[in-house]
Every structure is written in C-alpha cells, then in structure tokens.
Design a protein around this ligand. Structure first.
Ligand SMILES: CC(C)(COP(=O)(O)OP(=O)(O)OC[C@H]1O[C@@H](n2cnc3c(N)ncnc32)[C@H](O)[C@@H]1OP(=O)(O)O)[C@@H](O)C(=O)NCCC(=O)NCCS
Length: 183
C-alpha cells in the first residue's frame, strides 16, 4: 500500500514578458532547429529526460526523473488542446539532438513556455537563449502578444536567462510535492 507521509513545498515564480521586440535567435555553426513533428516525440522525450533528470525540477515534477515519465509528459503535452507546434522545437547539434522546448497557448493572446532544456554537456554557449527565442518567435507567428513561464526559485541559471531576455516575475507560487512511501 502506498501512503503519503510528507509533503514538500517548492517555491516557484511565474514570469511574464511582452513579445513586441524580441531579437532573432543566433545559433553557433553546426546547430539547427528542427520543427515539431510527431516522429520526433521520442527524441524530444529523451532530450527532456537528459536535460532534467539530475536537476531540481526532477524533484518538483518526479516524472522528469525517469525516461518513461518524461515520455508520458511529452505525449500528454502534445495532446493538449493548446499545444503549439510553432513554439515546439528540437535543437540539433553536431553530435545529435541536444535541446528541447515546447509551447502551449495558455489563454487568449498568451503563450506558455514549457520545459526548456539543454543537455548538460552543451550548456553555457547561448543555446538555451537561442532555443527560447525560437519558441517566442513561434508565439509571435501565431499572433500571441505575451509569454509566460514558471520556474523553480532555486533554478538560478534559468532565472538569469529569463531575466536577460526580458521576463519579469509576476507571481510567487508554492508547488506541493507529496512523498509516497510503500508499506
Ligand atoms: C536553463 C538552461 C536551459 C540554460 O541553457 P544554456 O544553454 O546553458 O543557456 P545559455 O548558454 O543561453 O546561458 C547560460 C550562460 O552561458 C552564458 N553564455 C552564453 N553564450 C556563451 C558563450 N558563447 N561562451 C560563454 N558563455 C556563454 C550566458 O551568458 C549565461 O550566463 P549566466 O549563467 O551568467 O546567465 C539549462 O541550464 C538547462 O537545461 N537546465 C536544466 C533544465 C532546466 O532547469 N530548465 C529550465 C526550466 S524552467
């Protein structure tokens, strides 16, 4: 029998920005953006897992901590009514796929960035910034005027990136994560 024995609370920030003047993404040579297609579902899921499973968000969203869970999350995302292929991109590098981002239409005029991830070995070269900009331009192309996202307060690298591009904190949230124990 599985029982909840404790609950941890993770502080998260909702961050938002207007999409009127965003720079074009710039990729180093040998990197390209692959647009969304169903055949890429497995690859997005694998990159999602690789980018998140050792990070704080795998504690907040335990599905990110294993391959099957990441695949399930990715599949669920693509089946949502607001799923936006235009804001969902795979980053291909010289040695294969190395980044993923997904986008949803949140409500009228607003796009929501989901799960921006760059594989650990490829970080610190501007790829996260470029992939995020690529998704934001996707929002613009479908007529959205504003973007939002949520980030765990301990995720300094991600918060610095979001602030650099113009996202500002609009709300503080606490995500309850139950811990299940089997008896
Ligand atoms: C957050 C994340 C996507 C950032 O990806 P990234 O590719 O490292 O991002 P960037 O390279 O654009 O920016 C990272 C740093 O590299 C620096 N940088 C960019 N290009 C550079 C270059 N050519 N040379 C040296 N440094 C560079 C940036 O200035 C930035 O510096 P900072 O950490 O002081 O802000 C990545 O850390 C990640 O996948 N984390 C795990 C998953 C996660 O938590 N995602 C966010 C969920 S909300």
């Amino acid at each position: 029998m599985a029982t909840v024995t404790s609950v941890s609370y993770f502080k998260r920030y909702k961050m938002e920005m207007e999409l009127h003047s965003i720079p074009l993404p710039r990729l180093p040579e040998e990197f390209t953006f692959a647009p969304w297609s169903c055949e890429l579902l497995d690859i997005h899921a694998e990159v999602l897992f690789g980018s998140f499973h050792q990070e704080i968000d795998a504690q907040v969203f335990p599905s990110l901590g294993d391959r099957q869970g990441a695949f399930g999350l990715m599949l669920e995302m693509t089946r949502k009514r607001g799923f936006l292929p235009e804001a969902t991109w795979l980053l291909q590098g010289p040695l294969g796929p190395c980044g993923t981002v997904q986008g949803l239409r949140e409500r009228d005029g607003v796009g929501s960035i989901q799960n921006l991830g760059i594989l650990p070995g490829w970080r610190g070269r501007g790829l996260g910034e470029a992939l995020l900009l690529q998704a934001l331009h996707g929002f613009r192309r479908v007529g959205l005027r504003r973007a939002l996202l949520e980030v765990t307060a301990q995720n300094d690298a991600a918060i610095r990136l979001y602030r650099r591009l113009g996202f500002r904190r609009s709300k503080t949230l606490y995500k309850a994560v139950p811990e299940w124990h089997r008896f």
